[in-house]
Design a protein around this ligand. Sequence first.
Ligand code: GDP
Length: 195
Amino acid sequence: MKVTNAEFIISAVGPDQYPVDALPEIALAGRSNVGKSSLINRMINRKNLARTSSTPGKTQHMNYYRINEALYFVDFPGYGYAKVSKTQRAAWGKMIEKYMLERQTLKLVLMVVDLRHPPTKDDVMMYDWLQHYDIPICVVATKADKIPKSRWQKHVKQMKESLLLRNTDLFVMFSSELGVGKEELWAVIQSFTEN
Ligand code: GDP
């Protein structure tokens, strides 16, 4: 996919602020600091459109990025950030749940996990929850460059087993640093956004 245009549109705090142009939306879910912003930047060949920071939990809103005037990436608040209050976490949970269940234009959720480590409890819960509601989902295991290539397949296998993925479930190994998985992920996204 050739990205010719990518724009930050809005940091939405609620449904009134979601775009109304009905373009397909690809949501990104994952724990704080897992690499969601870096993944977006890599997918659109921009260093810094989606803010990456070493302070986890900074992204507390739903950030909308419009790509090629054809689709949106919707970056969700990262989950599992310890320094966030219970009340705030519950509020995010509600916002995410409502969006996932009611947003007509949502086509696919990218669940971003860290290839180096087993999925967290939050990752497993999120995956089960999305599956339960039949929401299309692709697991993206990022930071592949942080482990030697010779161990990639072992980690992929462990990740798939921990999440109880079947062979038909979508999974992409990724590295924002190297660009590994970029074209494969675009192909998956396009299969959900083009009809
Ligand atoms: P977010 O909180 O999920 O948006 O995470 P960020 O994209 O801000 O990434 C958190 C940290 O991990 C940053 O320091 C990134 O540079 C780093 N990071 C993200 N993806 C990768 C990757 O694929 N490889 C490497 N080596 N570092 C990454």
